[in-house]
Design a protein around this ligand. Structure first.
Ligand SMILES: [Zn+2]
Length: 326
């Protein structure tokens, strides 16, 4: 790993003098592993990326993470890095420093923080682990759609449904980093059994897969020759297909019920919706707002609904924000 002192690296000096100290960030998901150097203003200055190995060997997944960090350590700004923020698909146990991502079966209670601290590239860095939805929450609160808000819920609606909380002006991840996990709160007392063991979980109604499944069950005919995707359902809904529209409306109703419960409990100012399914925000946001008037009856629970501002970089930028020393 090259080492750059501030005096020996004029290019890096110009970066840090305008944007403050740099933070390294890792975003570990079931499809990809991303790493970045992030400036104090949230700007991503350098990136590395690998596909997540589909394997049962924990070491193979770790090798992809290690390669991302090693690539990043070649950047001229690396000598300024003092902290590493790591966000991972859940479940996570931030107290123990372990992760068990549902979509990375090779890692169960995997000691990620301990392993990272043993790498030459990350040795000596202040390392902070968080869940991916909590990282997104930190990014939206620091730089995005929840900026300046005292109480907020930030949701990732994607393959799964995750969420994080801002309370009294700070991100509140809870003792193990899982507070705010609205995807596994029941919004349907007699609903489907969820892989988590619960019943009627919000995720079973509002995830991308759930929307597609419900559209198919209601009679939507997908494009021939490939696996139907949520974007196909969205296209059909925009064209007026009643089954596709019903699937999105069902998801929006479930999201509204979940948000209304949180808003009534926590007096939210805003609920921010992000994640891949929000490429259909034109369909979802108006429907969530409409249903929210039904489920959030008390005036203080009528929270504002906003679309996330940071997109695919939210995990990296948020993990960096949580790790950066204040
Ligand atoms: Zn569940």
């Amino acid at each position: 790993m090259p080492s750059h002192s501030p005096a020996a690296s004029p290019a890096a000096h110009s970066v840090t003098s305008t944007a403050g100290p740099l933070t390294a960030a890792l975003d570990i998901g079931g499809t990809k592993i991303a790493a970045a150097l992030v400036a104090a203003d949230g700007q991503v200055l350098a990136r590395a990326r690998r596909s997540t190995p589909q394997t049962t060997r924990a070491e193979t997944v770790q090798a992809a993470v290690t390669a991302c960090l090693a690539e990043l350590a070649d950047h001229s700004g690396w000598g300024y890095v003092r902290a590493l923020g790591v966000c991972s698909a859940g479940p996570v146990d931030c107290a123990a420093g372990t992760v068990s991502p549902v979509n990375i079966p090779a890692w169960r209670e995997y000691p990620l923080v301990k392993t990272l601290r043993q790498l030459p590239a990350a040795a000596g860095l202040h390392t902070v682990l968080c869940g991916d939805a909590v990282a997104m929450t930190a990014a939206e609160h620091r730089y995005g759609a929840a900026k300046g808000r005292v109480n907020a819920l930030c949701m990732v609606v994607s393959t799964g449904v995750g969420a994080g909380l801002v309370l009294d002006g700070a991100v509140r991840p809870g003792p193990t980093g899982n507070a705010g996990h609205l995807g596994h709160v029941s919004v349907d007392l007699h609903g489907e059994v969820c892989p988590c063991g619960g019943r009627g979980c919000l995720e079973r109604l509002a995830s991308g897969g759930a929307i597609t499944r419900h559209a198919l069950a209601a009679g939507w005919l997908p494009p021939q020759g490939r696996t139907p995707a949520t974007a196909d359902v969205a296209g059909a809904a925009r064209a007026g297909d009643p089954a596709a529209l019903a699937a999105f409306d069902r998801a929006a109703r479930a999201l509204a019920a979940g948000i209304a419960g949180c808003a009534t409990l926590l007096e939210l100012e805003v609920a921010v919706l992000g994640g891949g399914v929000m490429s259909a925000s034109d369909l979802l946001v108006p429907a969530v707002q409409r249903h929210l008037t039904r489920y959030a009856a008390l005036p203080f629970a009528r929270t504002e609904i906003r679309t996330a501002a940071l997109g695919g970089d939210a995990g990296l930028v948020g993990a960096a924000a949580l790790a950066r020393p204040n």
